[in-house]
Design a protein around this ligand. Structure first.
Ligand code: ATP
Ligand code: FE
Length: 371
């Protein structure tokens, strides 16, 4: 079978053609990152406009590279939730229009489930396995029990880690610095942290009294802000990066490194709790101890190193897709389409044109985030 996948849930317009035998025939991606960096964040109508401008070309590029026409495609998978409603609607409309035109089934995809399943395209991973999704909008620890069956163990009660990275980077004005100007907030912090001391600044341990697997990153973000304000006062500057004669205040890399370290420690402590819980409740068989980590924050090597230590201690194999499959992309949507198409799950014939309200039951939630 051949499945086309379409992704427009946030700020990336993605499309890909993937086969049931795990081959990526063609893919294309347009990132809006640079434009949103200039605006200081994502403005939904602008995101929608950019999706509308690019989606036709992106789908064409993916199918051209794959050398397939609409006729050759067996079904079209499209992200229907969660995400920005205005952005989602662009992809859903294109997906449904194409389904109508080609008389193809439409496969609704839950964006986070797609993140959770991508690893299965890359290697043989059987259910049930543990999965950690860390991105700009989410922080979830779950047991992947089946293509359509997830057990949620923990989540963030406030910010997602990527959001905390992005806001801290924003406050440090890393986007105004050479190396940071084309990177996401998280990637910019990782870059500057490399020259810093992770123990230079103190951060508390969030939620240490709770024995569950939930996270909280808002507190770490506020502590980072307090450190930044204090340093600014100490150096008599209002803008952290503008010190006479140099771009970099000595403590900027230290703040990045310490903040990143605190995020990793917090992530790891709760992963550890999740592993203990999974063992207690016999959720993961001993011969299948696998932790899949994905989402944009999984691009971070310091994060991966920290998590790999926990995995080693508890006998888990750590599987992390390559960076381009950890951040948003069309391939993961097409792959989730393959998995559902093979099993005949949620493969509904096309009905009406303008509804996003397709039931894809998921413990990861169905909320549309929009302002
Ligand atoms: P979601 O999947 O929850 O809808 P999203 O659309 O923001 O969120 P992703 O593309 O998966 O999805 O992730 C982007 C996030 O990943 C941003 O917050 C970004 O700062 C973060 N990120 C990217 N690279 C790194 C890195 N090297 N270190 C830390 N964070 C990173
Ligand atoms: Fe994502």
């Amino acid at each position: 079978g051949i499945i086309l996948g379409i992704e427009t849930s946030c700020d990336d317009t993605g499309a890909a053609v993937v086969t049931t035998d795990r081959r990526v025939l063609g893919e294309s991606l347009h990132s809006q990152l640079q434009i949103h960096l200039n605006h200081g964040g994502i403005i939904p109508p602008i995101a929608r406009h950019l999706h509308e401008q690019n989606i036709g070309r992106i789908i064409r590029e993916a199918t051209d590279k794959a050398n397939v026409s609409l006729e050759d495609i067996d079904a079209i998978a499209t992200t229907v939730k969660p995400g920005l409603a205005l952005s989602l609607l662009v992809g859903v409309k294109w997906g449904k229009d194409m389904c109508l035109k080609g008389e193809k089934p439409f496969i609704p995809i839950h964006h986070m489930e797609a993140h959770a399943l991508t690893a299965r395209m890359l290697e043989n991973i059987n259910f049930p396995y543990l999965v950690l999704l860390i991105s700009g909008g989410h922080c979830l620890l779950a047991v992947a029990k089946g293509i359509n069956d997830f057990l949620l163990l923990g989540r963030s009660i406030d910010d997602a880690p990527g959001e905390a990275f992005d806001k801290t980077a924003r406050r440090l004005k890393l986007h105004n610095m050479d190396a940071g100007s084309s990177l996401s907030g998280g990637a910019a912090i990782e870059h500057y942290a490399k020259q810093g001391n992770p123990e230079a600044f103190q951060f508390p341990t969030p939620m240490y009294k709770y024995r569950d697997c939930n996270w909280s990153f808002a507190g770490l973000k506020f502590i980072a802000l307090r450190h930044i304000l204090r340093e600014e006062r100490k150096h008599g500057i209002t803008r952290f990066y503008e010190v006479e004669g140099s771009d970099l205040v000595p403590s900027l890399p230290d703040i990045c490194a310490s903040f990143q370290h605190a995020v990793v420690m917090h992530l790891c402590k709760k992963i550890q709790r999740g592993m203990i819980y999974a063992e207690m409740k016999n959720l993961i068989p001993e011969n299948n101890r696998i932790l899949v980590v994905s989402g944009g924050v999984a691009c971070n090597d310091y994060v991966k190193r920290g998590i790999s230590i926990v995995c080693e201690e508890y006998g888990y194999k750590l599987v992390c897709p390559p960076k381009n499959l950890c951040t948003d992309n069309g391939v993961m949507i097409a792959w989730n389409g393959v998995e559902k198409w093979r099993e005949n799950i949620d493969v509904v014939p096309h009905t009406e044109l303008d509804t996003v309200d397709i039931e894809a039951k998921s413990p990861f939630g169905t909320d549309l985030q929009d302002e």
